[in-house]
Design a protein around this ligand. Sequence first.
Ligand SMILES: CC(C)(COP(=O)(O)OP(=O)(O)OC[C@H]1O[C@@H](n2cnc3c(N)ncnc32)[C@H](O)[C@@H]1OP(=O)(O)O)[C@@H](O)C(=O)NCCC(=O)NCCS
Length: 196
Amino acid sequence: MRTVSMEGELVSLRPLRLEDAGALGAVLRDGRVTRMLPPRVRRETGVDFVRRALDAHREGRGRAFAIRPRGAPTPIGQVRLFAWDRGERHAELGYWLRRKDWGRGYGTEAVRLACRYGFATMSLNRVEARVVAGNLRSAGALERVGFHREGLLRRSARLGRGWADEWMYGLLRGELRRGRSGPSGHRAPRLRRSET
Ligand SMILES: CC(C)(COP(=O)(O)OP(=O)(O)OC[C@H]1O[C@@H](n2cnc3c(N)ncnc32)[C@H](O)[C@@H]1OP(=O)(O)O)[C@@H](O)C(=O)NCCC(=O)NCCS
């Protein structure tokens, strides 16, 4: 399968590589970023995380992308489609960014680009995301691109020493919203194809 690099208005995505482990490892060491992520990710080094994502790619279970602000060389986070079920044509979305770049629209655009890739290239019918209830930034990014909050998964996430509820989000083919209109808008992304 061809893997694409994608350019949006604010960020570009390209397939994750082992060289990204250092930059992503620094992000994973920040508890403010990992607080609401699954325990496995909270414990992982950058190398562990990237290796796991590359294994999933090789085995056809997912696709992972480094997020870079447009024109910047170094990744500031990642977005990936995992738990890819080719028969049912759905996959789950996961994403995180370094703290100092939150609130700039990068997360929303990365989610939009990854979903677009999922529908166009992976032929998905549905993308889903689980968000710890109360993670409003993450929920905001999903809702901005058209995800629906479909339900509440009770006590489904391990958080610290306890358990948290999660919001279940879903986005169907045809529901992905284009970028915002207006001066601060995100235009529809351009896809650039490259063999990997
Ligand atoms: C989730 C994450 C990727 C979002 O990326 P981001 O670049 O900060 O998000 P954006 O700037 O695109 O903002 C997304 C939405 O968050 C909301 N938001 C922004 N600041 C907020 C705040 N202080 N409080 C609540 N919501 C806020 C807004 O609804 C915004 O959408 P808008 O376009 O309607 O304004 C990023 O915050 C992150 O890495 N968080 C830690 C890891 C994580 O929680 N990952 C998701 C696991 S499900």
